[in-house]
Design a protein around this ligand. Sequence first.
Ligand code: ACO
Length: 423
Amino acid sequence: MADKKAQLIIEGTAPVELPVLTGTVGPDVIDVRSLTSTGHFTFDPGFMSTASCESKITYIDGDKGILLHRGYPIEQLAEKSDYLETCYLLLNGELPTTEQKAQFVSTIKNHTIVHEQLKTFLNGFRRDAHPMAVMCGIVGALSAFYHDSLDINNPQHREISAHRLIAKMPTIAAMVYKYSMGQPIMYPRNDLSYSENFLHMMFNTPAEIKPISPVLANAMDRIFILHADHEQNASTSTVRLAGSTGANPFACIAAGIAALWGPAHGGANEAVLTMLDEIGDVSNIEKFLAKAKDKNDPFKLMGFGHRVYKNFDPRAKVMKKTCDEVLGELGINDPQLELAMKLEEIALKDPYFAERNLYPNVDFYSGIILKAIGIPTSMFTVIFAMSRTVGWISHWKEMIASGQKIGRPRQLYTGHAQRDLPR
Ligand code: ACO
């Protein structure tokens, strides 16, 4: 893997030879692990040029707009697979056979119910709490409810925790929503598919069980697939870093949820709708575009731009198609959704956005779809967290199995040198 070498010349010292590692696809990587012995660190605060780990799960080519899970393009998975099959693929490395798929679905269904006492825990939260705050707390607390499988050095325990998390996240998310609404919590129904069951737990009540629209269930499944994993993004890197200390998987996923919450990451889909509220009307679009372009104004066009995709976001393409299907099925005539479509049209033609390769990302369209389905804005990032749980836990499993050292970055210190107290 390390045929090439890089030479680093630091003035006044002998050249340092560093191995260059080559992956299956993607840029070569200069292995700087030995650099510390020369008395130097590398400096890359936003990880702009740093590969933090080796992984076999997901590959992204941001310039070409490619996203592969275990080698399979996201467009093919969104079109021809379903969420649970994609989960199996991410976790295990290969697509399941028919028998393996049936077994996996049955295992996940076996774990959909959460411990009854979690309801008591939930009752401690204010009803107007942000659902992400409640999710962070409840998922972290799962380690107190399922401590029979917390030995991270036992592969079977790691697998059971992964299955529990994938199975229970929709149940917890729907519980959090029902709690905020003051409605009775709906138990999961294992005769339904993963996405049908989620919509059932969200929107049905004991008083009225309505059938789930297949178009909406498909759209939901697609949202889950498109958010399932995205290599070493901020929340996944957080899960890996927390996991490298030996923390239990539920605590690590809670850390991932916290990192996802920020508006620069998973909070963007909620921020898109908040921004549309702020813009208010098509006639204000130009004014807000000017704000987005003004360097002295902190306003950004939420749902536009991406750290890695500098051409287009392949997930956004699929999501836009689903968005059209959902709006068509529901026959929605919502001024806010019309505003979103107009904003997209005007921004795409604007040279500022074109020159900087700023395109709508997956969150721009997912926010619109979720709103159309009737999911409240504050639940958007929760749904992202549900979908991403499989990615987080797949990376966590890969990292634990690889025996990675604790993650402990260093720094460029610019504070005071040692000094004495003035007394
Ligand atoms: N609106 C207006 N200008 C923008 C935007 C935006 N949304 N995004 C980037 N820019 C501008 C920057 O001001 C910068 O301009 P300059 O070169 O004149 O200084 C240029 O585009 C490059 O932007 P960076 O901030 O350097 O890009 P970076 O890779 O650091 O940030 C990010 C990417 C955080 C996603 C950013 O585009 C952003 O904040 N977007 C809005 C939030 C969002 O939608 N996040 C979701 C990401 S997808 C996800 O998490 C699933």
